[in-house]
Each structure stands twice: as structure tokens, then as C-alpha cells.
Design a protein around this ligand. Structure first.
Ligand code: NAP
Length: 249
């Protein structure tokens, strides 16, 4: 079964790893091409946008794709919507693999916000030294703040950045000890993050809890209406095998 995995996440790589070795599956992974030196999944990989819903629809039909796994990041709402629409218009089965969001604990001081603009407002009200861990995209929303920012991302942000900042280029996983040391050394009073979920970058939340710091948590955009969601690589793999069995009948 020829399957497109829309990737850019650890889960997408894990699924490609499992499925590529299996009889009856032909896997193509797709990356947007945002990260300069991406960690590549095993097997065939294509890189770059498809050209909206219509471009993706043509690509799916032209490449004989029979099933789609949208394993993109929970905040990659554009490609998720495009994939849902393109698959629906071709009658292709599609599942959205979304790891669970992070769970708030009793000692946490989280302020939930729905988007970057409100995250910038909340951060400005909460502190003067902000640890911004939202990735490379969206930093511009904080550009007009007078606060000082520690910006951590894999690649440098493009476009506007806050005037007072330090850029830390790093890729997780990070340890709780290192996160506590970083927050303490930089005298951080508020942390801003997307609710990405996953173990790779969770240590910053444990560190913020230990230090009693406020966290501005940007909530996830919703999945398209009626979308089928699974939360683990194992569940996505079960779904794929079930699709293949259906196709073989
Ligand atoms: P987005 O806003 O949902 O997508 C914007 C456009 O980028 C899409 O319309 C599509 O272009 C292209 N695109 C996105 N993901 C693609 C993929 N896997 N393969 C081919 N084209 C893709 O996405 P984003 O938030 O910029 O994220 C881009 C990629 O980075 C995603 O693959 C995502 O998994 C990964 N990522 C995102 C975040 C985040 O915080 N947003 C964090 C970690 C990793 P066309 O319309 O031309 O097809």
C-alpha cells in the first residue's frame, strides 16, 4: 500500500522506520524543508510544499498514494487542513497522528492562550525576562516587547525579533538539570511555549515548576472537523495495517 507520511516530527520518523521494512508497504515521507539540517526518516523522502490543496491533490493522485498519515507537528495547522481536504476529495483514507498535549500539574502556574499575539501580551504582563521556546516561527509576535528574551530554536528565526534578546540554537532533548541551570543563570521569570507535547522538550516545564515560574502555554489549533485522530505511533501503525487488510480484501 503506497502511503504518504507527512512528517517533520519524531513520530513521523518512527512510523516510517516501522512501516518501511514491512511487506506490502511502500512509504514516502514528506518534509516541508524548513529546518536546514533535518533528521531524515528512513526510506524515500520528498522535501518542499505541494502548492496548497490542489497541488497536494494532484501529487497524491499522480503518485498513486492509497493512504495518508498526517504526522506533522500539532501546530502545523495549514498542512493538516490541506491534507484533510485533499484526501477527502480523492476518497483516500487519512489519519492524523497527534501526540497528547502536556498535562498541567498542581504546582504549575500555566496561563493558557489561544495564539501568539495573546501569548505576547500575557508574557509582557508576567515578566521582564522571557524564555521563548516556540521554535523559529512566530517570534515576530514578540518583536515589539520591551522585555529581554532568551530565544531557543533549532535554526535562527526569520523576520522581526525582539530588540533585547539572546539566541540559543539547540535541538532537544534537554535534561531537567540543564533547564533549571539555564533558567537560573539567565534569571528568567516567565516561559512561553506551544503545547507541543512529547518527552523531548518537556524538561523545561518540570524546571519551571521546580522554580515556581509562570508558563504561558499556547493551546493547539483544533483538527479539521470529523478528522480521525490517533495519539501514538503504535495506533497509527495499527490503523495503516487495517487499511492494507481492507485494501487486500
Ligand atoms: P503549516 O503552517 O501547517 O504549513 C505551511 C505550508 O508548508 C503548507 O501549506 C505546505 O505548503 C508546507 N508544508 C508543511 N508541512 C509540510 C510537509 N510535512 N511536507 C510538505 N509540505 C509541508 O506548517 P508549519 O507550522 O510551517 O510546519 C512546517 C513543518 O515543520 C511541518 O512538517 C511540521 O511537522 C514541522 N514542525 C512544525 C512545528 C511548529 O511549531 N509549527 C514544530 C516542529 C516541526 P504547500 O501549501 O505548498 O503544500
Amino acid at each position: 500500500m503506497k502511503t504518504l507520511i507527512l512528517g517533520g516530527t519524531r513520530e513521523a520518523r518512527e512510523l516510517a522506520d516501522i512501516a518501511s521494512g514491512e511487506r506490502g508497504f511502500e512509504i514516502v515521507s514528506s518534509l516541508a524543508g524548513r529546518v536546514r539540517e533535518p533528521v531524515l526518516p528512513v526510506g524515500e523522502v520528498r522535501v518542499g510544499g505541494f502548492g496548497g490543496v490542489e497541488g497536494l491533490r494532484e501529487w497524491l493522485a499522480g503518485n498513486g498514494i492509497e493512504a495518508v498519515v498526517d504526522a506533522t507537528h500539532p501546530f502545523a495547522g495549514g498542512i493538516t487542513a490541506n491534507a484533510a481536504a485533499a484526501a477527502a476529495s480523492l476518497g483516500l483514507p487519512i489519519v492524523h497522528l497527534r501526540r497528547p498535549g502536556w498535562a498541567e500539574r498542581e504546582a504549575d502556574r500555566w496561563i493558557h492562550v489561544p495564539d501568539l499575539a495573546l501569548a505576547a501580551e500575557a508574557a509582557a504582563a508576567l515578566g521582564k525576562r522571557v524564555f521563548l521556546t516556540i521554535g523559529r516561527q512566530g517570534v515576530g509576535a514578540f518583536a515589539h516587547s520591551d522585555a529581554w528574551f532568551l530565544i531557543r530554536a533549532i535554526d535562527p528565526p526569520e523576520g522581526d525579533v525582539p530588540e533585547n534578546h539572546e539566541l540559543l540554537l539547540a535541538r532537544g532533548p534537554f535534561s531537567v538539570e540543564d533547564e533549571i541551570a539555564l533558567l537560573t543563570e539567565r534569571d528568567i521569570d516567565v516561559l512561553v511555549t506551544k503545547d507541543s507535547g512529547g518527552a523531548l522538550t518537556e524538561a523545561k516545564l518540570t524546571a519551571a515548576r521546580a522554580l515556581g515560574l509562570a508558563v504561558v502555554m499556547i493551546d493547539r489549533p483544533p483538527l479539521p472537523e470529523g478528522a480521525r485522530q490517533v495519539e501514538t505511533v503504535a495506533a497509527a501503525w495499527d490503523w495503516l495495517r487495517a487499511r492494507r487488510e481492507t485494501a487486500e480484501r
